[in-house]
Ligand binder design. Structure first.
Ligand code: FPP
Length: 233
């Protein structure tokens, strides 16, 4: 089977999952953590070297304060509890997004967890936190302008790979497969440039119900796709 090198997931539907059960939205996010662990296991089992998860978008700050705080503490708890699992499985943790704007203690924990796993290569797990493709592009443009001022970059010679090397994803290959759960058909400001040639698969399953067999189904769909990159068959 043609396996993708990089799978990126828009984990959607936690709120609806909770609503159906008359639970709080936060209970849905909490359940979503189990699916995060299942997705990591599925990536390892299927020998996928790069897995990227969209956990918190820059727009998510506009949700009720209680939900935002709850999500931050779930993330903090995940890192505290699961760092051992990352190390045991030789998983390198990376992030994309403006993590310096996260709560101080969580930011510190993220930086430390990334340092402790930086040498692993069984799986690169990237978590998108306070991420927005548009903000990522703004930050890249600012860096390029700064380098131009310092004469370390020549704008006449600017190429797409040069721009890509200034994005948060500079050390990652572009995603081959983007999975979005909960039956929605949007990219929601996620990896907009990087997904230029990604295959998109949407699953009707709500994220807390998304398990290893749903992940395998997405991979089977991917294997059926013909990737032409603008060429003909
Ligand atoms: C979208 O569902 C999901 C989120 C905004 C948060 C995703 C977070 C997690 C799964 C837990 C934390 C993750 C990690 C990596 C530790 P929604 O709330 O928009 O659902 P709805 O559309 O049904 O309301």
């Amino acid at each position: 089977m043609d396996t993708p090198q990089h799978v990126a997931i828009i984990m959607d539907g936690n709120g609806r999952w909770a609503k159906k059960r008359k639970l709080t939205r936060l209970a849905g996010h909490k359940e979503g953590i189990n699916s995060v662990k299942k997705a990591i296991e599925a990536a390892i089992r299927n020998k996928i070297p790069y897995l990227t998860l969209y956990a918190f978008s820059s727009e998510n700050w506009n949700r009720p304060k209680e939900e935002v705080n709850g999500l931050m503490s779930l993330l903090h708890g995940f890192l505290e509890k699961e760092l051992k699992l990352l190390i045991e499985n030789k998983i390198q943790l990376k992030t994309i997004g403006r993590i310096h704007e996260l709560p101080k203690a969580t930011h510190k924990l993220i930086v430390e967890s990334k340092e402790k796993t930086a040498h692993f290569d069984q799986l690169t797990l990237t978590i998108a936190l306070n991420y927005s493709s548009q903000n990522e592009i703004i930050d890249a443009v600012k860096r390029i302008i700064q380098e131009e001022r310092e004469s370390t970059i020549n704008l006449e010679e600017l190429t797409y790979p040069k721009i890509a090397s200034h994005l948060d994803t500079k050390d990652l290959p572009d995603p081959d497969l983007i999975i979005r759960t909960s039956g929605e058909y949007r990219l929601s400001n996620f990896l907009l440039l990087q997904s230029a040639y990604a295959e998109i698969y949407t699953s009707p399953i709500l994220w807390p119900d998304f398990n290893q067999s749903h992940f395998t189904t997405a991979l089977e769909h991917f294997a059926q796709r013909e990737r032409r990159y603008g060429k003909i068959s």
